[in-house]
Design a protein around this ligand. Structure first.
Ligand SMILES: [Zn+2]
Ligand SMILES: [Zn+2]
Length: 176
């Protein structure tokens, strides 16, 4: 999404309100294919301090990603605070610039916000997305979706190994 800062250039040091929306498609995150299922939005203010633009806002998205246990496509509503400085790219590469590699740059009167918004949103994603809190996942032997039906190998395993029931209890404790 692109932010036109013409208004801010005319009124330096003043917060200028803005609202943007953009349609994003698929993306990759944590080794999974994810999708932004409705337009990603960013609303907030920006301000020019000298030639640096400070952008503050709230980014919102609905992200579809596979459940960590059963792979069912799962929606997560994500809201992220964004506060970033964009430094004007003067196009002077003749000498080493005193700028971090990960510093956001802009030129002209348009900021490209995609990378900053994407980074802020994905930081807010849970480390493991679950379709439901007690998702039972897939059987690691036959691949059956244990939310739909219990397979026979799972039963045999519990029967033969009384410790597996205990182990799953311990795992559940860890997740709390
Ligand atoms: Zn699941
Ligand atoms: Zn099974």
């Amino acid at each position: 999404m692109k932010l036109d800062i013409t208004k801010g250039i005319q009124k330096k040091g003043v917060d200028v309100a803005f609202g943007l929306e953009d349609v994003w498609g698929e993306d990759h995150w944590n080794g999974d294919t994810i999708a932004y299922v409705r337009p990603v939005s960013l609303s907030g203010t920006y301000m020019l301090a000298d030639e640096t633009v400070i952008v503050r806002g709230i980014a919102r998205a609905m992200i579809q990603s596979p459940c960590a246990r059963c792979l069912t496509p799962t929606l997560t509503e994500v809201e992220a605070e964004l506060e970033e400085a964009f430094i004007r790219d003067k196009g002077d590469y003749s000498e080493a610039r005193d700028v971090d590699d990960d510093q956001y740059m802009y030129s002209g009167h348009v900021l490209e916000l995609d990378e900053a918004v994407r980074t802020a949103l994905l930081l807010e994603m849970p480390s493991r997305v679950l379709c439901k809190e007690d998702c039972r996942g897939l059987c690691d032997q036959c691949g059956a979706d244990l939310n739909i039906n219990e397979c026979s190998c799972q039963k045999d395993l519990t029967h033969r190994n009384p410790f597996s029931a205990l182990a799953s209890l311990l795992n559940e404790d860890e997740e709390v």
